[in-house]
Design a protein around this ligand. Structure first.
Ligand SMILES: Cc1cc2nc3c(=O)[nH]c(=O)nc-3n(C[C@H](O)[C@H](O)[C@H](O)COP(=O)(O)OP(=O)(O)OC[C@H]3O[C@@H](n4cnc5c(N)ncnc54)[C@H](O)[C@@H]3O)c2cc1C
Length: 328
């Protein structure tokens, strides 16, 4: 079914798109956001809703879930069309310079400009090659920590050595009965400060350890772990296992859109324009010399992208200088 034409469509509804929706609304553009997950918020909502974020300007510390709520509140000052549970598959240029976005739900979304904010892409959790492990999924074995409260009083085993593993261990430590973290290497791939915090916490950290087997009938009751240096095996009674092995991003969809890509990222100019006229990109999905993948940098990029999209639609408009008085 064909929807109404809008000025700007954000592909992907992460934090960068949410700020972009607000910014575009403020300069009078009509907008739409299409998100493949069932809720907006991107990595913050899907991967680390309970984690504290310390590096967003104006927020000395904010829970990821609360930051998403604040962004939604900010953007809700303006009306916009939200399509969740739909993945954009095709970007089709029209003879008049506009685009039609086609989605998995057979949606057809006409738009004057596009801002690609697909972040890490449509991601799926990396699974463990452990025979029989999948039968415990949802029965004590999971890939994310959507709600901390569910783990209160539980014995938790976290597997992994990246930011997610370390952050979840720190978040669960105050409320779980016990938290054990195993990592197959001798060093973490996480923020140094968080690792220091972890090592001085009560979390039982075991380096050079891997998961060998999961025990249980209806639910997980124990994990068999082993030291990959010595081969020594240990049986850990646990209630919950969190496999924080990362996500496999799927950016293959973008490849068919005719965008200039470098590895898995879209190459943008300083105004966030891509090689396709009227198509801009911002946030984790873009690359340029010096790119840093942070929420704060994405916010700046999307404001630039909106301003450029607005000039594309109406080349006569003035570029905003420094005010948010809505009198541009
Ligand atoms: C564990 C962890 C901790 C982090 N901590 C911090 C921190 O403390 N501070 C900080 O600044 N940054 C942090 N980051 C990075 C931060 O989360 C990202 O920089 C930020 O989420 C990027 O936002 P985005 O909107 O560009 O993309 P994303 O958050 O990745 O959102 C993109 C959205 O697009 C959707 N999508 C993808 N493809 C399609 C498609 N074809 N159609 C429709 N929808 C699609 C995805 O489902 C997703 O919801 C952390 C990241 C992780 C993993």
């Amino acid at each position: 079914m064909r929807a109404e034409m809008v000025d700007v469509t954000f592909v992907g509804g992460g934090p960068v798109a949410l700020y972009g929706l607000f910014y575009a609304g403020m300069v009078g553009l009509s907008t739409r956001v299409i998100e493949s997950l069932s809720e907006l918020g991107g990595q913050l909502a899907a991967l680390y809703p309970e984690k504290m974020v310390y590096d967003v300007p104006g927020f000395p510390a904010v829970r990821a879930r609360d930051l998403v709520d604040q962004l939604l509140a900010q953007s809700s000052r303006f009306l916009y069309d939200v399509r969740t549970g739909e993945t954009v598959q095709q970007l089709q240029a029209q003879p008049d310079g506009t685009y039609i976005l086609r989605t998995t739900a057979q949606g057809e979304y006409p738009t004057r400009t596009v801002i690609v904010t697909t972040g890490a892409g449509a991601f799926t959790p990396r699974r463990l090659a452990l025979p029989g492990a999948d039968r415990f999924e949802g029965k004590g074995l999971q890939y994310t920590v959507p709600q901390l409260e569910r783990f209160r009083g539980q014995r938790v085993l976290i597997v992994g050595g990246g930011d997610s593993a370390v952050d979840w261990a720190l978040s669960l430590e105050p409320l779980a009965r016990s938290v054990t973290l195993i990592h197959r290497r001798g060093q973490f791939r996480a923020l140094e400060e968080s690792v220091e915090q972890l090592l001085s916490s009560s979390v039982d950290v075991r380096l050079f350890h891997e998961l060998r087997a999961i025990e249980g009938d209806e639910r997980v009751t124990a994990a068999i772990i082993y030291n990959n240096q010595t081969g020594e095996e240990t049986r850990l009674p646990v209630d919950e296992i969190v496999l924080a092995l990362g996500f496999v991003p799927d950016v293959s969809l973008l490849r068919s859109w005719g965008l200039d890509m470098d590895d898995n990222a879209i190459v943008v100019r300083s105004d966030m324009s891509t090689n396709l006229p009227g198509v801009y990109a911002a946030g984790d999905v873009v690359t340029y010399p010096g790119k840093v993948k942070l929420i704060a940098t994405g916010f700046g990029e999307v404001a630039t992208a909106v301003a450029a999209a607005r000039r594309h639609i109406n080349p006569q408009v003035r570029t905003p200088l420094h005010s948010s008085s809505m009198k541009w």
